[in-house]
Design a protein around this ligand. Sequence first.
Ligand SMILES: Cc1cc2nc3c(=O)[nH]c(=O)nc-3n(C[C@H](O)[C@H](O)[C@H](O)COP(=O)(O)OP(=O)(O)OC[C@H]3O[C@@H](n4cnc5c(N)ncnc54)[C@H](O)[C@@H]3O)c2cc1C
Length: 204
Amino acid sequence: MLNPDFTHELRRATLGDFRTDSVTRTLYSTDASIYQITPKAVFIPRHQEDLHAAVEISSKYGIPILPRGSGSSLAGQAVGDALILDLSRYLDKILDVDSEARTAIVEPGVTLSELNLVVGKFGLGFGPDPASADRATMGGVIGNNATGAHSIRYGMAADHLLATDIILADGTLATFNEKTLERANQLAQDKKDALAAVLSGGIR
Ligand SMILES: Cc1cc2nc3c(=O)[nH]c(=O)nc-3n(C[C@H](O)[C@H](O)[C@H](O)COP(=O)(O)OP(=O)(O)OC[C@H]3O[C@@H](n4cnc5c(N)ncnc54)[C@H](O)[C@@H]3O)c2cc1C
């Protein structure tokens, strides 16, 4: 049973569809795996701001969240005792295609087939080709690091990801890209050095 204050706050702060009825929860209790777990509720954000609010409010009330694309995962990744965030319904736009740079910016609900249809006009395509491409959303493709029959030649999803906008638990936006990765590696290295110093200090 969800905290009524949570329900009230989420409804007040967002325009998305918030569903707690048993039919919806049953529909979202399965993916393409053998697992079945009924979620606490389902939230379908209308736009990015809805998502920020949903993440922040869920975090405030200690409600686990589970982002979901098309739910075609084979190992139960898209089901859980959580607030399901269905990103496939409204957040499904291709925001930009730069054929010269061979890059695209997409919202998470765009399916891989839709993306390939658009970039195909420029003789381009997203490398990994899961057999579920006509359903699989880019959020799910990235979340699963999807592969396909041609991945030996064209790589996995992570090999083609340049940057991601991530909503953190407090609802704020962070962008991760090659530069932030370098910085994170540097910080990890610094921490390792610091730890090594502490350890060697301890040994002495
Ligand atoms: C018939 C069939 C064939 C398949 N063939 C392949 C194949 O060849 N190769 C392969 O790799 N997979 C395959 N799959 C598995 C699956 O379809 C793919 O991995 C696909 O990329 C999942 O996309 P989805 O939109 O359904 O993601 P979902 O199942 O909805 O989600 C996948 C994961 O990503 C997370 N996620 C989704 N969206 C977001 C987001 N916006 N932000 C953060 N996390 C998010 C979810 O929480 C979950 O953990 C197949 C499945 C079927 C049913």
